[in-house]
Design a protein around this ligand. Structure first.
Ligand code: ADP
Ligand code: MG
Length: 339
């Protein structure tokens, strides 16, 4: 069937590169396939590198996000990939394509948002590239980070029996997007503010990633950018395992539940397949679950919630309303046809 890139899909395309890119030279600790690449920076130092692009009309609508928020989000989603390796972000590079109809206020607004995020997470903007584009804005950030050898948490380290945990609520971002796409009057100002902020100005969980990495609590980790189902299946796939996910246990906010109820949808779907929550999803050996929960509570005021288990059998199963079913890998694939 001649369907362009749809049947190959985003991960099929990445696979074509990964297959032939080779294992890398001796300083490459981790190449294609994780939230960041990991390079040996000498001694115990590890250099983390990640890059993510936001494209107008694919990732954002010009009248659905302010320039300030776009600047903030462009950096924060990249910092989230550093957090997902247990790293500390250090530096950022901004490469972008701007269309001729934009004005200076767009640029200064974007700059202010980006630099606010940079200050919050102690990241320096050290370079980039600025070009003109014919029709759509594209924004590409590259972020560097650091960690010590032994602190880096990959997607591939999970073991059978590990408890799958989330470090915060999921679904708020999907709920926020739904508010942007089909504006509902039926929402309180406080709920609207919370859900829109989750979608437009997501806060990466850097402190949580550092806690899990420096205390050696997690065996594998990813940030939830594509939805819990797909991101957990990445951990399972890279670890050579399967996973049981309890959708009934997903931590959801009251704001998302209220919006779902009034919209007649299931809030769990925003967490399972909505994506862009940028919460950390991680695996913990059963004998470290209690320590993890208490460290998160005491040191960060966070509730780490168990939502599943890693299994030997290479299958993803999900429990909803008490019944288990096997699920195909889901989430957002950039080249899949949208209904
Ligand atoms: P994330 O959601 O954490 O940003 P992705 O799912 O986008 O991760 O990417 C998965 C892996 O594929 C990452 O290691 C990323 O660096 C790599 N990757 C994506 N696109 C390409 C490409 N065109 N060439 C090489 N590697 C790529
Ligand atoms: Mg990621």
């Amino acid at each position: 069937v001649a369907d362009g890139l749809q049947s190959l899909g985003e991960f099929g395309i990445i696979g074509l590169f990964r297959k032939d890119a080779g294992p890398g030279r001796r300083w490459v600790v981790q190449g294609i396939g994780d939230d960041c690449a990991v390079l040996d920076a000498g001694g115990k130092e590890r250099l983390l590198v990640t890059t993510d692009m936001l494209a107008e009309r694919v990732h954002f609508l010009r009248d659905g996000i302010t320039p300030f928020q776009l600047g903030y989000k462009s950096l924060s989603v990249n910092i989230s990939d550093i957090a997902a390796m247990g790293g500390e972000p250090t530096a950022a590079f901004l490469a972008w394509g701007l269309t001729g109809d934009l004005d200076e206020a767009f640029v200064t607004g974007f700059r202010d948002g980006l630099l606010k995020c940079a200050r919050e997470f102690h990241v320096d903007l050290l370079g980039g590239d600025t070009v003109s584009c014919k029709s759509d804005i594209v924004v590409c950030l590259t972020v560097l980070g650091r960690a010590e050898e032994g602190e880096v948490i990959t997607r591939s380290g999970a073991r059978p029996g590990d408890v799958v945990m989330l470090g915060g609520v999921v679904g708020d971002s999907g709920a926020g997007l739904s508010l942007i796409l089909h504006d509902t009057e039926n929402v309180s100002a406080a709920d609207r503010k919370r859900l829109l902020a989750a979608h437009l100005e997501p806060r990466p969980q850097v402190e949580l990633g550092r806690l899990l990495s420096t205390r050696h609590l997690a065996t594998a980790m990813i940030d939830v950018s594509d939805g819990v189902l797909q991101d957990l299946s990445h951990i399972a796939g890279e670890s050579g395992l399967g996973a049981d996910l309890d959708a009934d246990a997903l931590p959801l906010s009251d704001a998302a539940r209220r919006l779902a109820k009034s919209a007649g949808v299931d809030a769990r779907d925003w967490g399972l397949t909505g994506g862009e929550d940028y919460m950390l999803l991680f695996c913990v050996p059963p004998d470290k679950e209690a320590e993890t929960v208490s460290a998160c509570r005491v040191e960060l005021g966070l509730d780490a919630v168990p939502v599943g288990t890693m299994t030997k059998e290479k299958k993803m199963r999900v429990r909803r309303g008490g019944t288990w079913s096997e699920v195909p890998i889901q989430g957002y694939d950039h080249f899949k046809k949208t209904e």
